[in-house]
Design a protein around this ligand. Structure first.
Ligand SMILES: [Zn+2]
Ligand SMILES: [Zn+2]
Length: 215
């Protein structure tokens, strides 16, 4: 989708067996990768074809299906920093924490280059993005919100018609509910929501119809 006002371009790649959304976000000459799951070649090929190097790889959280492609991405773009919330720094190198040990195929990834706490504002070209800490599905889940463009990347916190799982050892149901109700549902209704799996939705649509958490 393209937002002509802010020249924001977003390409979505549903990667691997969990169809984890990997997003290429561009504004001006700047580019981010958001999450890099299993089999990132389609996304890396797109960047290669455009001779574009991402300015950062930002992780909504560090479960295996969102980080399994980081090694390949790092080989393709050795200078691109990886950003993750501080609470999940160790998930990158620990298959128990990133849940891959449970699948029988241990996933590890390069360590992060910069740790986020939530509350930061980071620039992508001419656009600015707020980092919101939205824990619950995982302890260091973040959402990235561009207020001018009305776009929010929410990872596995909120989906179209569903919410993130909260039955993992590092999940917290009460925190997940609070992140959705107090943080995400507080965004303007027209905000486009781009989740970690499945199709996009809007804040208003989920507040009104989400069967798990009503606004
Ligand atoms: Zn997850
Ligand atoms: Zn996921």
């Amino acid at each position: 989708m393209t937002d002509p006002t802010h020249a924001l371009t977003i390409d979505t790649f549903a990667l691997g067996p969990f169809e984890t959304n990997c997003y290429l976000v561009r504004a001006g000459e700047a580019c981010w990768v958001i999450d890099a799951g299993f089999g990132p070649a389609p996304m890396l090929d797109r960047l290669g074809a455009e001779r574009a190097a991402p300015d950062a790889i930002i992780l909504t959280h560090a479960h295996a299906d969102h980080i399994a492609g980081l090694g390949e991405a790092r080989r393709a773009f050795p200078d691109t920093p990886i950003l993750v919330h501080r609470a999940e720094a160790e998930f990158l190198t620990d298959p128990v924490l990133n849940l891959s040990a449970g699948f029988g195929a241990a996933v590890t990834a390069p360590p992060a280059d910069r740790l986020l706490d939530g509350g930061e504002t980071i620039a992508l070209g001419p656009t600015s993005w707020r980092v919101l800490h939205t824990p619950g599905h995982s302890p260091g889940g973040i959402s990235l919100v561009c207020d001018e463009a009305g776009v929010a990347f929410v990872g596995d916190t909120l989906f179209a018609g569903s919410i993130g799982r909260f039955d993992f050892p590092t999940s917290d149901e009460a925190l997940l509910m609070r992140s959705i109700r107090r943080t995400l549902y507080a965004l303007p209704g027209e905000t486009r929501v781009l989740p970690g799996h499945g199709p996009p939705t809007t804040i208003a649509h989920e507040r009104e119809t989400n069967p798990f958490v009503r606004g």
